[in-house]
Design a protein around this ligand. Structure first.
Ligand SMILES: [Zn+2]
Length: 348
């Protein structure tokens, strides 16, 4: 076989491969803010968000999630198609993200947790961050009764200094398991315990942790969720779609189907009332495949939504389930790093 024939075959092969691989990426963000610390990796600084949007505007085809869905249905996904989404409903979505989206004329869908509107308190995972990762020192031991079982953790005395205070490795030891825990590991352990709980079970435990850590219970301005007025301002104009994200941000799979229905519908109706328009897009809280049940996507569809986003990585291609759209997590990358990541996510 001649080398020309071989290269022609390769070219045809590439075309066939590209044709089948042509797809879009849905990006997931939570926050655009300059935070003193962001161990949870939920925030992109305004500087870096602007750089990321510049990359998207220059080299890709940013489009709204709804337009992307139409393109999918018509099997005409533009090359380099990207949709931006934000989860949870932080106030910085309005104050920091929206002006940059407007500057670059890039649309986005914001999934708002209805029950967090107008709340003076932080999201529970931020409460935990404030209590465990921010204090200058922690008491020697923590004991909690979790579902009738007593659990305790001991903080090694010489290592009770704050995270980032220059001591390097801070150890917290759990007397139950006998292994050493850093502050971050204690955060992780408590996060795992608190995550699947209903609010009524989680709140008393959080109150105990707050008391133990000496946290003053004051919410940080930097961690505010949206007010109703801010939600309405966020939804104004043609670039932003507001989507639903339940009422209390539960792990849906830990609820009965009728409880799931109430959470999903309550979030939708509540937002619709505030916005005076239909809310047709949904994102599963946490969004991993085990965070909702097999039947949840059908519940979402039956309640009148037109799509739903999950939170596992993948490329959106022809034949994708519109009620389990994969998304790719973003981090606080500068424009160059973001550009490199984008190249790895796009297969063509
Ligand atoms: Zn969420």
């Amino acid at each position: 076989m001649s080398s020309t024939a071989l290269s022609n075959m390769r070219w045809v092969g590439r075309c066939i491969k590209n044709r089948f691989l042509q797809g879009a990426t849905i990006l997931i963000y939570h926050r655009v803010a300059d935070l003193p610390s962001d161990w949870q990796l939920m925030s992109v600084t305004p500087q870096h968000f602007g750089e990321q949007l510049e990359v998207l505007r220059k080299n890709y085809y940013p489009m709204s999630l709804r337009r992307l869905q139409d393109a999918l249905q018509q099997r005409k996904i533009p090359k380099g198609a990207v949709a931006i989404t934000f989860d949870d409903g932080y106030a910085d979505n309005l104050h920091n993200a929206k002006p940059l989206l407007e500057k670059y004329d890039i649309p986005a869908t914001f999934y708002v947790t209805y029950g967090c509107l107008d709340q003076k308190r932080e999201f529970w995972w931020d409460d935990l961050d404030r209590m465990l990762l921010q204090p200058s020192s922690l008491p020697p031991s923590l004991t909690l009764t979790v579902e009738g079982k007593e659990m305790s953790w001991r903080v090694a005395e010489e290592l009770q200094a704050p995270h980032g205070a220059g001591k390097g490795h801070h150890t917290i030891q759990t007397s139950m398991e006998g292994s050493n825990f850093t502050r971050k590991e204690l955060y992780r352990a408590l996060h795992t315990i608190l995550r699947p709980m209903r609010e009524e079970a989680r709140n008393p435990l959080l109150a105990q942790v707050a008391q133990w850590s000496g946290s003053d219970g004051k919410s940080r301005q930097t961690h505010s969720s949206l007010t109703t007025a801010e939600l309405q301002a966020l939804g104004k104009g043609g670039l932003v779609e507001i989507g639903a994200h339940t009422v209390t941000h539960p792990v849906l799979s830990s609820l009965t189907l009728s409880e799931q229905r109430a959470e999903i519908l309550g979030g939708k109706r509540g937002l619709e009332e505030k916005l005076n328009r239909l809310v047709l897009s949904f994102a599963y809280p946490y969004g991993g495949q085990t965070d909702y049940s097999n039947q949840t996507p059908d519940v979402v569809r039956d309640l009148g939504f037109v799509n739903a986003c999950s939170n596992f990585p993948g490329i959106v291609r022809k034949g994708v389930d519109s009620f389990q759209l994969p998304r790719v997590s973003t981090r606080n990358w500068n424009g160059d790093e973001f550009s490199q990541r984008m190249r790895t996510w796009f297969p063509v």
